[in-house]
Design a protein around this ligand. Structure first.
Ligand SMILES: CC(C)(COP(=O)(O)OP(=O)(O)OC[C@H]1O[C@@H](n2cnc3c(N)ncnc32)[C@H](O)[C@@H]1OP(=O)(O)O)[C@@H](O)C(=O)NCCC(=O)NCCS
Length: 185
């Protein structure tokens, strides 16, 4: 199977790149905040060991196989000179991709995730001609996340009630997706 390289992606204010173990303290910095992890599948990190396990998990889950890609990018801020969060891309199938993201609270509302997600969209559609659908979902209360999806160009598809389990509770999800313009494909 063809392998894909997880190359760094640069934007005006950010560099998206694979994590290294030197990022441990930066990861703990944002992942230890319960406000950041409120809507995420995992609990806030309590110790550096939790962050270490998170980096180990990323390493073990990374997949570079075309059609089954799973890449987690550290979002490195040029201004702050540190990793401020993460964004990932995964193939949902050969023709589809999905994004997930989170950054530290101190950086919310500055357009960082919209900038990162837009760059990841361009990368995904640019590198995988077979991908026709890019999707994301979140809980309806997560207004910031929905705004990012809209800014990336995704359209609201609907709400699925109690369709997901987060921290042992069934939750509603709103779904968004961007379909590649067939003129471009
Ligand atoms: C949701 C999240 C990723 C948004 O990232 P961000 O970098 O703050 O988003 P941006 O600055 O690019 O903002 C995009 C828009 O959302 C708005 N926004 C951001 N956070 C918001 C919030 N908490 N409430 C309302 N609007 C918000 C911004 O003002 C901006 O509005 P605009 O469209 O009018 O310009 C970030 O708040 C976060 O990491 N939250 C915790 C983790 C999480 O919930 N991840 C998503 C799981 S599905």
């Amino acid at each position: 199977m063809d392998q894909v390289e997880q190359k760094r992606i640069e934007t005006a204010r950010l560099i998206l790149r694979p994590y290294t173990y030197d990022d441990l303290k930066d990861v703990f910095g944002y992942a230890s905040d319960p406000e950041v992890t409120k809507y995420l599948l995992w609990d806030a990190h309590k110790t550096l060991e939790d962050s270490q396990n998170f980096l180990n998990w990323i390493k073990s889950m990374t997949c570079a196989e075309q059609g089954k890609v799973f890449f987690v990018y550290a979002i490195w801020s040029k201004e702050n000179k540190k990793v401020i969060g993460s964004i990932d891309f995964k193939n949902t199938n050969k023709f589809g991709g999905q994004m997930d993201y989170a950054i530290g609270k101190a950086y919310w509302g500055k357009g960082y995730v919209s900038e990162a997600a837009t760059a990841l969209k361009v990368w995904a559609f640019g590198n995988f001609p077979e991908i026709v659908r890019l999707q994301a979902y979140c809980q309806p209360e997560n207004i910031g996340s929905q705004r990012v999806m809209k800014k990336v160009g995704m359209e609201y598809e609907g709400l699925r009630k109690k369709s997901f389990v987060v921290k042992n509770k069934p939750v509603d999800l709103v779904h968004y997706a961007l379909i590649r313009d067939t003129e471009l494909s």
